[in-house]
Design a protein around this ligand. Structure first.
Ligand code: PRP
Ligand code: URA
Length: 208
């Protein structure tokens, strides 16, 4: 599988609070931010560093530095915005794009309503952010939009992924790895992830 799941007791602990229907908006946002930071660390495990020379108080050494300018974060609105805080805490100089998308409540097909990315997006490695990968429809359309702009390297970061969504993305875009905090067991009849955490956008923004 092209999906990498963070496998860590602390993440499982945080997920158990996140999934709890009694967890309020403030704590929910904080947990999404925290898990997103850790996902970003994991997704950046293979990035190349530039060698620079620095002086510590004791000696001169050659060490690695990240050229933050080579990255862009692209949240899928709305819920992806909840992850942005976490990833820009880790890589504050990355550029940011936005893709507006919602799922039609009857067909479950994604509807795109906004697309704005940095001018030089084709030169950047893009981290696409959305807490929920359910049927995979939104992820596929978002990846398609980025590829149509010439983006060559994309990683998809989510909090919870359903096997159906992973399979769909893997089949269409095997070059796009998926980083998640959990792979849940299935989707219900309304295409919500089980056990999941409910509607991520509504829980982040307190809209229900
Ligand atoms: C949710 C979620 C994803 C999408 C996942 O967004 O944040 O974007 O559904 O479903 P899929 O994999 O079946 O496409 P939603 O449509 O609820 O919009 P919102 O973020 O504005 O709440
Ligand atoms: N979108 C959500 O917010 N949650 C799900 O479980 C599926 C899609």
């Amino acid at each position: 599988m092209n999906a990498i799941s963070l496998n860590h007791p602390l993440i499982d602990h945080k997920l158990s609070i996140l999934r709890d229907k009694n967890t309020g908006t403030k704590e929910f946002r904080e947990l999404i931010k925290e898990i997103s930071m850790i996902l970003c660390y994991e997704a950046m495990r293979d990035v190349k560093l530039e060698t620079v020379e620095i002086e510590t108080p004791l000696e001169t050494i050659k060490t690695g530095r990240l050229d933050e300018e080579q990255f862009a974060f692209v949240p899928i609105l709305r819920a992806g915005m909840g992850m942005l805080d976490g990833v820009i805490t880790v890589v504050p100089n990355a550029k940011i794009g936005h893709i507006g998308m919602y799922r039609n409540e009857e067909t479950y097909e994604p509807v795109n309503y906004f697309f704005k990315v940095p001018k030089d997006i084709e030169k950047r490695e893009v981290f696409l952010l959305d807490p929920m990968l359910a049927t995979g429809g939104s992820a596929i359309d978002a990846i398609e939009l980025l590829k149509s702009k010439g983006v060559k390297k994309i990683k998809f970061l989510c909090i919870i992924a359903a096997p159906e969504g992973i399979k769909k993305v893997e089949e269409k875009y095997p070059d796009v790895p998926i980083y998640c905090a959990s792979i849940d067991h299935s989707l219900n009849e309304n295409k919500y992830i089980l056990p999941g955490l409910g509607d991520a956008g509504d829980r982040i923004f307190g809209t229900k």
